[in-house]
Write a protein that binds this ligand. Sequence first.
Ligand code: ASP
Length: 426
Amino acid sequence: MKKLALHWQILLGMVLGVLVGLIMTQFDGGKEIVKDWVKPFGTIFINSLKLIAVPLILASLIKGVSDLKDISKLSKMGGRTIGLYLITTVIAVSIGLLLVNIIKPGNSISEETRQELVSNYSSDAEKYSDEASIQKESGPLQALVDIVPDNIFGAASENKNMLQVIFFSIFFGIGLILIPEKKSKPVKKFFDGFNEVILKMIDLIMIASPYGVFALLAALVVESPSIDLFKALAWYAFTVVLGLIIIIVFYNLLVFIFAKRKPSFFMKGISPAQLLAFSTSSSAATLPVTMERVTEHLGVEEEVSSFVLPIGATINMDGTSLYQAVAAVFIAQAFGMDLSLSVQLGIIVTATLASIGSAAVPGAGMVMLVIVLAQAGIPEAGLALIFAIDRPLDMCRTTVNVTGDAVVSMIVAKSLGKLHEPKVKD
Ligand code: ASP
């Protein structure tokens, strides 16, 4: 029998996970069985992916930067990468604002539903706004200060410090370029080999991915709050998802125009990473797979992907920025507020910055949303409104976040003559 392609296996795992989750909610004790006996395998799967994140960034970025051989190449690639990340994010926020103003999902909320949601979720919302207020209290340059760690082992011991690890790796790579070749060669060789080992480990983890996503989704289904609340938020979710779909179409257009690759080729190549992003709600956890797909299946040279993708996973979140814009205006609408044009333009700026600042982990976009709300003068209690539906939307926006990184890596690679026929054909 022909072996099923990986993305089909993952999809099958997801569907079965949802089905099993739904069945298990039907009888007494079913939920507990899933929580005790199925969920741990999902957690093990995510942990094993996260485990790879820091060593992967270290190995691949140091290798990537030192492969560039001279500093001017690095600044060229860096400039294009950051420029494209910013442009795509601003476009995403604008699409979100446009849609939420046309569809006006917040107007469909009845007073009664609003009260119910606010009272059900206000304690969770408080937790999020507490976390965000710590971020808000810091000065305007704090984000810059946070990039430079004072201890590399300290930085590498926390997955949320990914930007610090990236900083160290690039810095180390630059040092490596600048010393005489005789001295740098053994160090480079070590990191080349190290990198290979990590990539092999990712391959091995991916073999288990269909089972991992099965466990994750089964657990998610049994732990969801009541379906009734979801219904009230259907319009809001529809607006976010429609926006995300538009962005995916826009990405395919970009790939077609600037990288000269067909949408079917791109979507097929990136789909396992998308499905994983959907199941884990974490760009960071998905990074190893994004890296593998972009390099092996989309034909981007490792020199480019190892630089563009880790940075993208942490700072480029088009899905998150679109979601933040829609959510902010939705909450304002639900509270009966009318937002002026200048406030909405302000949302473009804060949502762009907030998405850059969001960590690549589940729920991070929601934490940073508080900052967007505060800046626009929208009541933070409104977070409670959207809490119930945040997880499924997180899954969708993470998928877009990861896709956006892949798109930019292809365009940057093409512009530098580093996009080729892929090694592996799907
Ligand atoms: N979960 C998203 C990510 O990892 C961030 C967010 O919460 O929007 O990309």
